[in-house]
Design a protein around this ligand. Structure first.
Ligand SMILES: N[C@@H](CCC[C@H](N)C(=O)O)C(=O)O
Length: 285
């Protein structure tokens, strides 16, 4: 075992906070263990997970994201905006329109810049997939939209969407702020219908351009926001005729607001990206 100094930057998008590790000059091993260790809010730096920013052969940069439990996610909507901010502000590229390689493909970003600082980013998040097999969800149905599902002792009406990662969505009439997410979130995450586990969004439609949601993330628990989750929710709401296509929807999350549009080219997401602090930490590798 060896000790090493790790350079990190703490950033968040709508309160979904990750520890960003620039991997251009530092090489990392055992990233899953590192994610678990650094994300600990008492004994580590604290965060919903870690994000490695790397060199890419096919885009301006590459990102890899790991949840707080060390599992790797294919895509992260809130993290990709912060990666865009890092890449621009650290002069890795000086364009306003950039590309980032992810495990779920190359995404296009448009950076909104004020006084040389990236304050928000619009991301082309790609098309949602409703195919149960691809999400994956074990079901006799090919598509799961407003289907009853027994989770523990309750029957929920569930819709399932992939935004490169899996989402289960529950549209509710009751106030979502009262939900005991710590208790029910894990029942969804580890339900046998979801062989790769699942991110779960509990949603209330406020009006034709505003919704409110809370999220239980696979591998991280309740987070203050989820970008892929917000896109999945709007995609499911449009598909079930709760909301209209091509209309920007304000998604109110615990930690902020995202603006999502379901277009025929795919989902568009706009939201903030904030640097909190940077530092060095000694880790055992
Ligand atoms: N917070 C993210 C999603 C992170 C990954 C997720 N927990 C998974 O395992 O799929 C977002 O903003 O999209």
């Amino acid at each position: 075992m060896q000790k090493e100094m790790l350079h990190f930057i703490k950033m968040h998008g709508c309160g979904n906070d990750y520890i960003y590790l620039p991997c251009f000059d530092q090489k990392l091993t055992n990233i899953d263990k590192l994610a678990y260790q650094l994300s600990d809010r008492h004994k580590g730096i604290g965060g919903d997970g870690i994000v490695c920013i790397e060199k890419s052969d096919v885009a301006d940069a590459r990102m890899r994201m790991f949840n707080a439990d060390g599992s790797e996610g294919a895509m992260c909507g809130n993290a990709i905006r912060c990666v865009g901010k890092y890449v621009y502000e650290h002069h890795i590229c000086d364009k306003q329109d950039i590309t980032i390689e992810t495990k779920s493909g190359i995404k296009k970003l448009h950076l909104h810049i004020q006084d040389q600082q990236v304050t928000s980013v619009t991301v082309e998040m790609g098309k949602p997939s409703f195919e149960a097999e691809k999400i994956p969800v074990i079901s006799t149905k090919k598509i799961i939209l407003d289907e009853p599902m027994k989770i523990q002792n309750e029957t929920y009406t569930v819709s399932c969407v992939s935004m490169g990662n899996p989402h289960a969505i529950i549209f509710m009439h009751q106030d979502i702020h009262d939900l005991p997410l710590k208790k029910i979130g894990p029942f969804f995450e580890y339900h046998t219908s979801f062989p790769n586990r699942i991110n779960t969004e509990f949603v209330q439609i406020i009006d034709d351009h505003t919704i409110c949601m809370r999220v239980w993330e696979r591998g991280s628990g309740e987070t203050q926001a989820c970008g892929t989750g917000a896109c999945a929710v709007v995609a499911a709401a449009v598909r079930t005729h709760r909301l209209e296509k091509n209309k920007e929807i304000e998604v109110r999350l615990t930690g902020g607001r995202l603006y999502i549009t379901d277009t025929s080219e795919g989902m568009l997401m706009r939201g903030d990206c904030v640097e909190v602090f940077e530092g060095k930490m000694e880790v055992t590798v």
